[in-house]
Ligand binder design. Structure first.
Ligand code: ADP
Ligand code: ZN
Length: 210
């Protein structure tokens, strides 16, 4: 099964993608994580991406599409995958169609903007492996230390309140139109994000099986 997880920054689409990919034993492919990795490694894609990311803008389509194409061609993606944070523009969605990638379902995790801004300040990410956490909703076992790899857990540069505002605006302008794009193809299911991560997961799994 090939799926797309859609949602505003901080709506929890990445967290839910992780839950579902464990359940279905398919990889979750996060373009945000891949781009952060590219920035860290100073690759050409990373250099092209960094400024856009720090401002809360989208990275140019050709950069992201290139990264994504290579990733879904890998062996572990043969039996299905979850795209977390891709596509983010209608032209990225059209690029997927052109690549001949069949999408079975698009899951939108819906959280109102007011709740998003409140949540974002608690988000943390591991500097080592990219795992994400939240000081309130998904804390690490030891404060500031990644459960998975033991590296330091920090706030993302783009999780600052000003940048979050810019990212939300970008989401509404460029990414939200994808809801109509996929609804018109009969692929869209919407899950209302709950206060508790586990509650949202129940709804998400039900939406995927339904
Ligand atoms: P979030 O969902 O919390 O906004 P991500 O980790 O998915 O964060 O993405 C972080 C940043 O990486 C985005 O703000 C954007 O700059 C860039 N990015 C990620 N995926 C894409 C994409 N598909 N197209 C363009 N830019 C992207
Ligand atoms: Zn880690």
């Amino acid at each position: 099964m090939n799926m797309i997880f859609l949602g505003a920054p901080g709506a929890g689409k990445g967290t839910q993608a992780e839950v579902v990919c464990k359940e279905l034993n398919i990889p979750a492919i996060s373009t945000g994580n891949m781009l952060r990795e590219a920035v860290k490694n100073g690759t050409p894609a990373g250099l092209a991406a960094k400024e856009c990311m720090d401002r809360g803008d989208l990275v140019p389509d050709d950069v992201v599409i290139g990264i994504l194409k290579d990733r879904i061609a890998q062996d572990d993606a043969k039996n299905g995958f979850i795209l977390d944070g891709f596509p983010r523009t209608v032209s990225q969605a059209e690029a997927l169609d052109k690549m001949g990638v069949q999408i079975d379902k698009v899951v939108e995790i819906n959280v109102p903007d007011e709740k998003i801004t409140a949540r974002m300040s608690g988000r943390r990410v591991c500097e080592g492996c990219g795992n994400s956490y939240h000081i309130e909703y998904k804390p690490t076992k030891v404060e500031g230390v990644c459960d998975a790899c033991g590296a330091k857990v920090v706030q993302r540069i783009d999780d600052k309140p000003e940048t979050v505002k810019a990212r939300l605006a970008t989401y509404h302008e460029k990414t939200a139109p994808l809801k109509d794009y996929y609804a018109a193809k009969g692929k869209l299911v919407t899950v209302e994000g709950q206060e508790e991560i586990a509650e949202t997961s129940k709804l998400t799994l039900a939406a995927i099986k339904g």
